[in-house]
Design a protein around this ligand. Structure first.
Ligand code: SPV
Ligand code: MG
Length: 433
C-alpha cells in the first residue's frame, strides 16, 4: 500500500474558528496532518501571547478529526520542524504573503524545494479573525484571567516592558500604542501604578498621603478601559495585619502584581538625594509581610515582588544579597533591585552575584536615573521586567504648563493651537459606539 502523504500545518490556535477548520479540512485531503503548534515563546516573538496556554491549545487540536499529530513549533520560522519531518505538503491560508510572515513563507518554499514538497495556500476565510473575537472577549474579560497574564508574559518573553500610568488616558496609550521595529510589532506589556505619579497627579507628595483606597480607586478607573496587566506600587505595604485586605482588593480589580519595598517609617521617595532619615526594615520582619501576602493571595499567578532598598540607603551589595535570599526563601516571585545611580553598574553587580545563588529568581529594574541602559543589556544581566516608572507624567506636565503659559502671555489661545491636537482628535480618541 502506498504510504500516506504527510501534511504540515503551523498554527497558534488560540481561538479556533471556522477559518482554522477550513484549513485543516483542506490539509486532510492531501494526507495525514501534523500540526506544528506555536509555543508561547514563538508567538510572543511577533505578537501578543495567546490567551490559552500551550497545553490547553494542544488538547483542543489533538481532538480535531482532521489532525493526526501535534508537535511544538518553537519559532515562527518553520525550517527546523520541516527538516525534521520532511512533509510532502505545507498548508497555510494565503494571508501571509505580506506582513510579518512574508519571509517565513519564502523560507518554507525554499525548504520544501529540497525534497520536492509543495506549499498549498487556500483562500483566507473572510470576515473572521481571532483578533476580532479577542476584542469581543476583552469586553467581558474576567479579572481572574487578567491577573495571570503577567506571569505568562514573564515566562514567554525576553523582557516584559511596563510603563507608568497615572490615569485612564495614559492607560489607553499603553494599551493601544504599537510600533513596527526590526520587522517586529512592539508594544508595552502593561501598566505601573506608581505611588509617585499617582500622588503627584493628585497634588500630593509621595509619602503615602494618598491612601490605598484612593490608589485602588485610580487603579480601577484604568482597569475599566484597558486589558493589559497592571503592577501595583504598594510602598512598604503598610501594616502586616492590613495586607490581606489590600491583596484581596488588588486581585478583585485584576492587578497582576504587588511590589513592596523594604522600608519603614514615614515614606520618602527613593530618588531623593538625601536619604538620611530613611530606614530599611529588618529583613526577617519584611519576610513576614511577604509570607502574609503569599498565603492571602487567591491565585498563585498574582505575583509578589520584593523591592530591595539597600543601595538607596547607602548599604552595599552584601546587604542587598542577604536580603534577596531571605525574601526569595519567603516566597516572592521576583526581586526589584532599586538604584539611584547614573549607571546600571550597581544593579548589574548585584545581578551577577545573585545569579550564583540557589535562591535566584527573576529581577526587575526601574531605570529612572540610569536611563541610558538598553533593554538588551538588562536582558543579558538576568532582568525579566523593566518598569519605566514616571515618564508619562514628566512628559505631560511641561506640555500642559507651556500651554497655560502661552495663553497667559498672548491673551488668546490661537498661538498654542498649532502645538496641541485638534479638538476633533480628542473627541475621536475615545470611541463612543
Ligand atoms: C514610583 O514610581 O512611585 C516608584 C519608583 O516607587 S521610585 O520613584 O523610583 O521610587
Ligand atoms: Mg513608589
Amino acid at each position: 500500500m502506498k504510504k500516506k502523504n504527510l501534511v504540515y500545518v503551523g498554527l497558534s490556535a488560540d481561538i479556533l474558528h471556522e477559518g482554522h477548520i477550513n484549513i485543516l479540512k483542506k490539509a486532510k485531503k492531501f494526507g495525514d496532518v501534523t500540526v506544528g503548534l506555536l509555543t508561547d515563546q514563538a508567538i510572543a516573538s511577533y505578537k501578543k501571547i495567546p490567551h490559552l496556554s500551550f497545553k490547553q491549545r494542544e488538547v483542543v487540536l489533538k481532538n480535531i478529526t482532521y489532525v493526526t499529530k501535534v508537535i511544538p513549533q518553537e519559532t515562527l520560522d518553520y525550517t527546523y520542524n520541516l527538516n525534521l519531518i520532511k512533509p510532502d505538503f505545507v498548508v497555510h491560508g494565503d494571508d501571509w504573503k505580506t506582513g510579518v510572515q512574508k519571509n517565513v513563507r519564502l523560507k518554507v518554499i525554499k525548504t520544501l524545494n529540497k525534497w520536492g514538497g509543495k506549499l498549498i495556500e487556500p483562500k483566507y476565510t473572510k470576515n473572521i479573525s481571532s483578533t476580532l473575537i479577542k476584542r469581543k472577549i476583552f469586553e467581558v474579560n474576567s479579572p481572574e484571567n487578567r491577573v495571570s497574564i503577567l506571569k505568562r508574559l514573564i515566562s514567554s518573553k525576553n523582557i516584559v516592558r511596563i510603563l507608568e500610568s497615572h490615569n485612564s488616558l495614559t492607560g489607553l496609550i499603553i494599551e493601544n500604542l504599537k510600533l513596527r521595529k526590526n520587522k517586529q510589532d512592539i508594544e508595552f506589556d502593561g501598566m505601573w501604578s506608581s505611588s509617585l505619579t499617582d500622588s503627584a497627579t493628585k497634588g500630593k507628595p509621595d509619602n503615602s498621603s494618598v491612601d490605598f483606597s484612593s490608589r485602588i480607586s485610580s487603579l480601577n478607573e484604568m482597569m475599566d478601559v484597558t486589558s493589559k496587566p497592571l503592577v501595583f506600587d504598594a510602598d512598604n505595604g503598610g501594616q502586616l495585619e492590613h495586607l490581606p485586605f489590600l491583596v484581596r482588593s488588588l486581585e478583585r480589580s485584576g492587578a497582576s502584581a504587588i511590589i513592596m519595598e523594604d522600608k519603614i517609617g514615614l515614606k520618602k521617595n527613593s530618588l531623593f538625594k538625601n536619604q538620611s532619615n530613611t530606614k530599611q526594615d529588618k529583613p526577617e520582619i519584611f519576610a513576614k509581610k511577604i509570607k502574609k501576602i503569599c498565603i492571602s493571595r487567591q491565585s498563585n499567578d498574582f505575583m509578589v515582588i520584593a523591592r530591595i532598598e539597600s543601595f538607596i540607603v547607602g548599604k552595599g551589595l552584601n546587604d542587598a544579597l542577604r536580603r534577596a535570599e531571605i525574601y526569595s526563601k519567603a516566597g516572592v516571585d521576583a526581586i526589584l533591585i532599586h538604584s539611584k545611580e547614573k549607571t546600571p553598574n550597581e544593579i548589574f553587580s548585584f545581578a551577577r552575584a545573585f545569579k550564583k545563588s540557589k535562591y535566584f529568581i527573576p529581577l526587575v529594574s526601574v531605570p529612572s536615573t540610569y536611563s541610558k541602559v538598553y533593554e538588551k543589556d538588562l536582558i543579558k544581566n538576568g532582568f525579566k521586567l523593566v518598569i519605566y516608572a514616571n515618564q508619562l507624567l514628566r512628559a505631560a506636565y511641561p506640555a500642559m504648563e507651556n500651554a497655560a503659559k502661552t495663553i497667559l502671555q498672548k491673551s488668546r489661545a490661537f498661538e498654542i493651537d498649532k502645538k496641541i491636537i485638534p479638538i476633533k482628535e480628542i473627541i475621536n480618541l475615545i470611541k463612543n459606539d
